[in-house]
Design a protein around this ligand. Structure first.
Ligand code: ATP
Ligand code: FE
Length: 335
């Protein structure tokens, strides 16, 4: 069957077509407008979604080489995310499903970041149940015990800032443009991870705290810049490498705790920060070091995309789990 996935939870408008586990098209329109504000402006995001959604869906259908009349269902992100952004995708998807007379499927964005692992990718195998998912993104940091496709339990999470937010806020302090996470990663690859030391906050064994890290980067940079005004530009690689090393080893510490507590050694990562080269390498190393089986998504299925919405749509379609016509978007949707 052919299923169209639509994602509009934050600042990316995305559409994808899936056919029996294989992605036929995966289109994302990024919104450049937010860069000048140093963060996502919700009102501008929903306006851009309104402009982008029709062309993005057309392009997804064209690239998949199918007509909309061939679709079997429409899957869309119903939350969590920015309300104004979610509303655009929700109302568009409802109208399209109604117009075509096909089922509508609501998808939880955070579940989709995890279930993206079930997209068929050459040379990769999907995780076996039960597995632990580390979801690391702009808005979330979670360790999830996944027993089946729709049986998931959050066993650890951020008590303040999300990890992607920590990357972006630290990057902002360093004068890097938004979103700074990928830039920190790029600089980190040229630097010495042991050059500077940042603290790893102590919280419950499976929980995370990142707001202190941002503050310590701020104080550190202020102190050093007072002595040498060019401190940041002269040391950007080492600062980024040290920062990334701290974050990655903190994430790995928590994963080790979760493995110890659950006895599960099958690990999958998801969310935008799983594009990070440091966490990817640390996970690969953990296969040999600790005997884990690790699953790292393809780059384009890490950050926000509609392919992950389409795969959840297909999994739900096969089980006959559909949304009612009165389904609503929910900014704080849980699972
Ligand atoms: P959520 O999924 O929680 O609703 P979101 O959808 O905004 O949040 P994603 O698109 O999944 O988040 O991820 C975006 C985040 O990933 C940003 O904070 C960005 O800086 C970060 N990110 C992307 N690539 C990298 C990288 N290579 N290294 C570090 N962070 C990265
Ligand atoms: Fe996301």
């Amino acid at each position: 069957c052919y299923i169209l996935g639509i994602e509009s939870s934050c600042d990316d408008t995305a559409a994808a077509v899936i056919h029996n586990g294989t992605i036929l098209s995966n289109v994302v329109a990024n919104q450049e407008i937010h860069t000048q504000y140093g963060g996502v402006v919700p009102e501008l995001a929903s306006r851009a979604h309104q402009q982008n959604i029709v062309p993005v869906v057309h392009q997804a259908l064209r690239k998949a080489n199918i007509d909309k009349k061939q679709l079997h269902a429409i899957a869309f992100t119903s939350g969590p995310g920015l309300m104004g952004s979610l509303l655009v995708g929700t109302s568009f998807s409802k109208s399209l499903a109604l117009g075509l007379g096909i089922p509508l499927i609501d998808v939880n964005h955070m579940q989709a970041h995890i279930l993206a692992h079930f997209i068929k990718v050459e040379g990769q195998t999907a995780p076996n149940f039960p597995f632990l998912a580390l979801t690391i993104s702009g808005g979330h940091t979670q360790i999830v015990k996944v027993t089946n496709y729709f049986e998931m339990k959050v066993i650890g999470q951020a008590i303040d800032d999300a990890v992607g937010e920590a990357f972006d806020k630290a990057a902002k302090i360093l004068g890097l443009p938004y979103p700074g996470g990928p830039l920190v990663d790029t600089y980190a690859q040229q630097g010495n991870p042991k050059a500077f030391k940042f603290p790893k906050p102590k919280v419950a064994p499976l929980d995370f705290s990142f707001s202190g890290l941002k503050t310590s980067v701020l104080y550190f940079v202020e102190k050093e810049t007072a002595r040498n005004p060019n401190f940041i530009s002269e040391n950007i690689e080492d600062i980024c490498a040290s920062l990334q090393y701290t974050i990655v080893s903190y994430l790995m510490d928590k994963l080790k705790n979760a493995v110890k507590q659950t006895g599960i050694k099958e690990i999958a990562i998801g969310g935008g920060v799983s594009a990070n080269s440091g966490i990817r390498k640390a996970l690969k190393d953990a296969e040999e070091k600790y005997g884990w089986t690790t699953h790292i998504p393809k780059f384009e299925y890490c950050t926000d995309n509609a392919a992950m919405i389409a795969i959840v749509g297909e999994l739900k379609y096969k089980q006959g789990i559909f949304a009612n016509k009165d389904v609503v978007a929910s900014a704080r949707l849980k699972f």
